[in-house]
Every structure is written in structure tokens, then in C-alpha cells.
Design a protein around this ligand. Sequence first.
Ligand code: AN7
Length: 375
Amino acid sequence: MSDEQRYTGLIERYRQWLPLAATTRAISLGEGATPLIRLHNIEQDLGGEHVLYVKFEGLNPTGSFKDRGMTVAVTQAVAEGSRAIICASTGNTSAAAAAYAARAGITAFVIIPEGKIALGKLAQAMAHGAVVMQIQGNFDLGMRLVREVAEHAPVAIVNSINPYRLQGQKTAAFEIVEALGRAPDYHCLPVGNAGNITAHWLGYSELAGEQLPALIPPGVDYPAPRRLITKRPHMLGFQAAGSAPFVAREMVDEPETVATAIRIGHPQSWQYAWSAQQESEGWFGAFEDAQILETQRYLAAREGVFCEPASAASLCGALAEIRDGRIRPGSTVVCTLTGHGLKDPDIAIRELSEPVLNVPAQLDAIAHAIQTRLA
Ligand code: AN7
């Protein structure tokens, strides 16, 4: 197959709608083009009156949606001459930053809250050779330190306050509209920093022929909107109850949740996310950790799709709003599953699994176990 036919990532796919110079070499791992999976079994459980999809972003190269933003942010940073990038992270951003920095041949510095990131994410940052700094403090403190240090040190910030991150992440909305031929009626996302809900709203808005000037990177030649749809979805953002500033309508100083990816009390895209909520006539909600984990287990067991705890917040919200009737019958709903379940094996083993059977290594014992389960 020639290079022209091979899928080589979202920058080459969507270059004409991204504010990158035509000659910029893409730093890519083949991210994007993730599956939009219809939840036939769960639709049935709900009474068959809704069409329900998950956009499985856990199938990106480093296992989360962050790759969409990171390919564009690192590509632009390298084009501007950066030799190093930095981020604060609850885990997935650090994994993506580390991988794309390795690919680009530059250095990634990542600041993570000690003891509060999932094992798979830490392993990724280390494997890709990032300089990993653990702090005694949460993501919000790490983010403040990153903002301050980047004023003096020669490092480019690749958190979602970098506008190129949102440019990359808007392509998830492009893919959904291409797959459905229209926008869904409702789009549900887990919300931490609120960069991703902002990026999706940006993507849908550009598809509807509208620009969001506040999100355009300064000083660039910005492409015209795509104009593929007439109607944008209602944007629904879901948080963990212990870490829910958008439900409290104020910042939360000590966020706590088992869904460590969204253990964020001071969201960086606060105002943009409120705009998305208002303009889309959407809303925010929050759920207890136990409900989020139950949804993660249900999705994995009922549909064969394994996402990480934070990601399950989107489906948890969709299911609750469908049952309450706030998401109307006849609606098409897309839930973003932001990260793969393998990111956080500790949670899976501790909270989700059926007890493992200890079976003698003998044919009759195995046969007996099978008979018992199928009886
Ligand atoms: C799986 O990695 O903030 O609302 O530092 O990893 O755009 O922040 C991760 C966020 C949802 C929330 N689901 O997205 C980080 C980080 C997963 C995540 C979110 C994150 P935003």
C-alpha cells in the first residue's frame, strides 16, 4: 500500500481544517479514526427507544483521547523550535506527552500527584523516557506550578490551555458526524479540566459553520469552518460527586474520586465549558464513585467494551438521564469513552471482577466448573 492510502493520523486526515502551516511535518502515532460502537445490548435493556453509541477513544495509540490533542500540540511545538514540553497530569496527558515527545526526539517533563495516578499511565510515562516528577499535591497544584515554571524555563506547555490541544481534539466531533451523517442529539463526556467538552463543542460548531474566536490560537491563518451539519448536539458533562466543580458552580479545593483521571477541582477551561453548556442547551451532572464503577463493569460485561473509571462517567450520566426522561425517547446519544480500562488494572481487579476460581489442573475439575456455570 502506498503512503497515500495508509491512514497516518488525524493531522494528515484533517490538515485543511487545522491551523498548521502546510509544510509542518506531523509528529504522529496514527491517532484518531477510533470506532463508534453501537450499544445494542444496553439499548435493549433501556427499552429500545434510544440509539446509543460510544466513541471508544481508549483505542488511540497511548490509550486515551489525549493523543488527538498531543499530536497537534507537539507538532506545533516542534515547528516553533521547542526542545522540551511540560505538563501537569492526572496520568493520561503525561502518557501522551511522553510518547509524542519520544517520537519527536524532544524531552517531556511531567508533574503528577504522588500515589494518585493509575499504574498503566505511570508505566507509560516511564517507558517513553519522560522526566517524571511526583509532587505531594493534586493536579491543580501541579498545573499552577507548570504555568509558573513555563514563564521562565524553555519548555512548551502541552496541557489543554495550549490551544493546539483543543484543535486536535475537535477532530473527534468530525469523525462522529462523518460516521452518522449528522450530529447526535446528545453528546455526553466526562469532565475534568473541561478541555475535551470544549474541543468537541468547537468541532461541532465548526461543522455547523460557526467559529469560536476565543479558541483560535493567536496569530494564525485560521481555516474556514466545514459546514456539514445544521444542528449541533446538546453537550452533557459528567463529573464524580467528590470532584464536581461544574455541579457546585464553584471551584473545589480538595477533589476526591476513585476516577483519578478526573480528580480535578479547578478546571482550566471553566468559562469555555460554561459557554458550551449554555450555547448547546446542555447541562452538567455528577455521580458517586460506586455508580461510575458499576457503569464501567456493566459496559465491560454487557458489551465487551472496557474503559477506565473516569470514562464510564459519560455513560453513567447518559443512562441516568435516559431513565429520568431528560434525554428524550427517539434520541441518538454519543458517549465519549476517554480512556482504556487497561490503564487502571488495580481498579479492575479490586472492584470489577467476578471472583477467580481456583481449580485443580485436571480435566474433570474444569469440566465440572463449566457444567456448574452453564446449568
Ligand atoms: C480518561 O491526564 O486531565 O475534561 O492530566 O484522562 O478534557 O480534562 C485527564 C483528563 C476524562 C477529562 N477522561 O478530560 C490528565 C487529565 C479521562 C481523562 C478526562 C481525563 P478534560
